[in-house]
Design a protein around this ligand. Structure first.
Ligand code: NAD
Length: 368
């Protein structure tokens, strides 16, 4: 293969970013588009000289199609991906890769069986600030990590849900802020800190007319020993995305993409154990981190995915890795409804049963 022939399923929303990105990659061709909205689908197809399908299942029969981007509402991710895989197509699926981690497992397994690549669109991974934070953590500049805070707090109006009602329902979205917006930050969190171990979560719908949550909180611990707090909201007028990661040797802070590193003169453990001072703290040198420029956004993930197919290697975010953030999101919802701490791996059957109850309207609104 010297060029990858792409098809995009779902063109009106984020599908546009996939289309624009494919058009800019010289090793990629956009040959097909599928959307149930005939007006939008045909217009975009004509503009890009691609073939339009109302029915994506027909598009998947096109023999010269190598790969598909799945840009449809959440509830369609798994059925669309499974059929595409079955047709031998490589799949790049938008986040969240599925609504339940059990569905995600199935997608990973089927892709492995069929020998096709499955990638997930978590484009924050290629943001210069977050790439730099990952490099700092991987270098061990923080030493042992003790605690962290992740805030992923933003605002969506009621119009956001009214424009695309699938976003507000358990049946078609599988959750609210935690699965739709903050899942990007959950992906970063697990990329930074490793495997989750235990979690206690709460969710609620404070303001929006939607079935799903607009505010979520959780306490979570990771295999490396770090424990911390997750806050996710769609009711913050003054939006904030913040990571505070506190290690033995340094503190790493990022606030709305600005990163700084506080390097301690003496590591905390040593200072606590050896200092003769009763009230003092180790001295700290704050360094503003200037991330290296790099290609970011959807195009970077699509470029990597294209290269992964051409080089027959795993994409930057393979399905197996992409499902961890979904598992954390599921754990927050599961813990809330159980009123108990959840341990990882999340019980797939238990979560699927909970989701079925939520979707059938058999569980009342959240406790306040
Ligand atoms: N990576 C990101 O930053 C990012 C940003 C926004 C959305 N998303 C994800 O992208 C997906 C789509 O979200 P959106 O906001 O673009 O939604 P949207 O509702 O704006 O667009 C969905 C598109 O899918 C089409 N569609 C619906 N059912 C279809 C079907 N059966 N066959 C073919 N086309 C169909 C619709 O007509 C529409 O064009 C979601 O999973 C969302 O989480 C990711």
């Amino acid at each position: 293969m010297v060029k990858v022939n792409f098809g995009v399923i779902g063109v009106k929303g984020i599908g546009k970013n996939h289309i624009e990105s494919i058009k800019r990659i010289k090793e990629a061709d956009l040959i097909a588009l599928a959307d149930i909205d005939e007006t939008a689908g045909k217009a975009v197809a004509e503009q890009h000289h691609a073939k339009w399908y109302a029915d994506y299942t027909k598009m998947l029969e096109q023999s010269d199609l190598d790969a598909v981007c799945i840009c449809v509402p959440h509830f369609l991710h798994t059925p669309t991906a499974l059929l595409a895989i079955d047709c031998g197509k490589h799949v790049l699926v938008e986040k969240p890769m599925a609504m339940t981690v059990g569905e995600a497992d199935k997608m990973v397994l089927e892709a492995e069986k069929k020998g096709v690549k499955l990638g997930v669109m978590y484009q924050y991974r290629v943001e210069p600030a977050y790439s730099e934070m990952k490099a700092i953590l991987d270098r061990g500049d923080l030493g042992a990590i003790y605690r962290f805070v992740m805030e992923s707090c933003d605002l969506r109006t009621q119009a956001y849900y009214d424009y695309a009602p699938w976003r507000g329902s358990w049946r078609s979205s599988g959750g609210g802020v935690i699965i739709n917006q903050s899942i990007h930050h959950l992906d970063l969190l697990q990329w930074f800190l490793g495997k989750p171990v235990r979690l206690h979560g709460w969710i609620t719908t404070k303001i929006h007319r939607a079935e799903v949550e607009d505010l979520a909180s959780a306490l979570i611990s990771f295999e490396g020993g770090a424990q911390g707090v997750i806050q996710a909201s769609l009711i913050d007028a003054l939006s904030i995305t913040r990571f505070e990661i506190c290690g033995d040797k340094a503190k790493l802070l990022s606030e709305n993409g600005d990163v700084k590193l506080g390097v301690l003169e003496t590591p905390i453990k040593e200072y606590i154990e050896k200092s003769k001072e009763v009230w003092d703290h180790p001295k700290c040198n704050w360094i503003k981190v200037t991330p290296k420029a790099r290609e970011a956004g959807h195009i970077a993930i699509l470029r990597d995915f294209t290269q992964a197919l051409l080089e027959d290697r795993e994409p930057l975010i393979p399905g197996r890795e992409g499902l961890v953030s979904l598992e954390i999101a599921n754990a927050i919802i599961l813990s809330h409804f159980k009123g108990k701490t959840v341990t990882f791996p999340v019980d797939r059957n238990e979560y699927t049963k909970l989701m079925q109850k939520l979707q059938a309207g058999h569980l009342s609104q959240f406790a306040s």
